[in-house]
Design a protein around this ligand. Structure first.
Ligand SMILES: Nc1ncnc2c1ncn2[C@@H]1O[C@H](COP(=O)(O)OP(=O)(O)OP(=O)(O)O)[C@@H](O)[C@H]1O
Ligand SMILES: [Mg+2]
Length: 351
């Protein structure tokens, strides 16, 4: 409804989408009604509101990723909603990704585990109102799941896989751990990474599916691979086709402690500021050791938030860390002791 004053600017935006004859365009959730001499526009479109707030907040008004895009009904549930804010320190990551997609239709994100690459792709999909087709290339997803298959006899029994659905219907294809992609799948994807590319469905009478004009690609990968022996250099054809590369890093690392991260932890969990600072310092040190190859994993801000939730529930920080951080880092008792030593630098030994 258009009741409170905060909503009015939103109503004006929707109102602009009504054409000159006064007809509401097809995909605008607006009802025009007249009471006496007053014309009222009634909108029930809460999600659009949030969308336009995100567009403003991340300063991406000038880029257009989805005008005249209509998402097919079956994919509506793939449009993310309520993605948490993405915090950065002036790097404008969201804007840089949106800009790259708007000019080049694709981009690459590089950064260690837990720096928010997946999170930010969801946020970009949400603010653009696009479905997310997410594929983790490190998992052995079958070509059937990716490209499609027959589920019975007869042409009508073909079901598109994720990549084919993206190509046909548009949205963001997110290839996580792209450098772990199997060669045969990469080879089939190459032709569609050209903006005017296509997929040839050899399984289905060689049907040619042109890339949807609103079909974007984001690939991501992790350059620090002490944990994953399988990490390989990125396929050369992929590398050539990505114009923009964006590097991600932890908010806090080693001696560099980000006040934004300390505040985010307080905000999400309500723990006292001095404890939050220590939690982030522990995280920063573990990340430093991860990046230098001494630990198999460095905790993300999400992991620090989980740890802090247990603390805010009344657990001692070190006891809580056993559950939320130590075991997460590794199963190896020696590695776990290294993590415990870092805890002891900031929290007393009592458990
Ligand atoms: N800058 C940030 N602002 C807000 N939340 C963040 C930020 N960075 C990371 N997070 C949070 O940390 C957690 C890990 O982030 P995410 O899974 O997106 O990392 P990733 O870079 O995709 O990691 P991986 O390489 O392991 O897939 C999530 O809970 C995410 O919300
Ligand atoms: Mg990820």
């Amino acid at each position: 409804m258009t009741g409170d004053s905060e909503d009015k600017s939103g109503v004006m935006q929707y109102a602009k989408q009504i054409d000159t004859t006064g007809h509401i365009q097809k995909d605008v959730d607006l009802i025009k009604t007249e009471i006496g001499k007053t014309t009222l526009y009634i909108s029930t479109a809460r999600p659009r509101h949030r969308k336009s707030r995100l567009v403003e907040r991340y300063n991406v008004e000038k880029y257009d990723l989805s005008t005249s895009y209509t998402c097919p009904d079956f994919a509506l549930e793939l449009i993310p909603s309520t993605t948490p804010d993405y915090i950065d320190q002036g790097e404008n990551y969201v804007q840089r990704i949106v800009r790259s997609l708007s000019y080049f239709k694709q981009c690459a994100l590089v950064g260690p585990s837990g720096t928010g690459k997946t999170h930010i792709v969801y946020l970009v999909a949400e603010l653009a109102g696009l479905p997310m087709w997410e594929i983790n290339c490190g998992l052995q997803t079958s070509t059937y799941d990716l490209f499609g298959r027959y589920i019975g006899l007869g042409k009508e029994n073909w079901v598109d896989g994720q990549i084919v659905s993206w190509c046909r219907h548009g949205g963001i294809l997110y290839l996580d751990e792209a450098n772990m992609m199997k060669q045969d799948i990469a080879a089939r994807l190459n032709p569609v990474l050209d903006t005017r590319g296509h997929i040839v469905l050899t399984e289905k009478d060689s049907e040619i599916i042109p890339r949807h004009p609103r079909g974007y690609v984001i690939i991501s990968m992790n350059p620090y691979s002490s944990e994953f022996a399988g990490t390989k250099p990125l396929n050369a054809a992929f590398r050539r086709r990505m114009t923009v590369w964006i590097n991600f890093d932890y908010l806090s690392m080693g001696d560099k402690i980000s006040q934004e991260e300390v505040e985010l932890v307080i905000d999400k969990t309500g723990i006292p500021a001095d404890i939050s600072l220590k939690v982030v310092k522990v995280g920063a040190e573990l990340r430093r050791q991860y990046k230098s190859g001494d630990l198999p994993y460095g905790p993300s801000v999400g992991d620090l938030i989980n740890w802090s939730r247990l603390i805010s529930d009344g657990m001692q920080p070190k006891t809580a860390a056993e559950e939320a951080i130590v075991a997460l880092t590794s199963d190896d008792p020696e590695v776990q002791d290294t993590v415990r030593r870092v805890m002891t630098m900031y929290f007393e030994t009592r458990r």
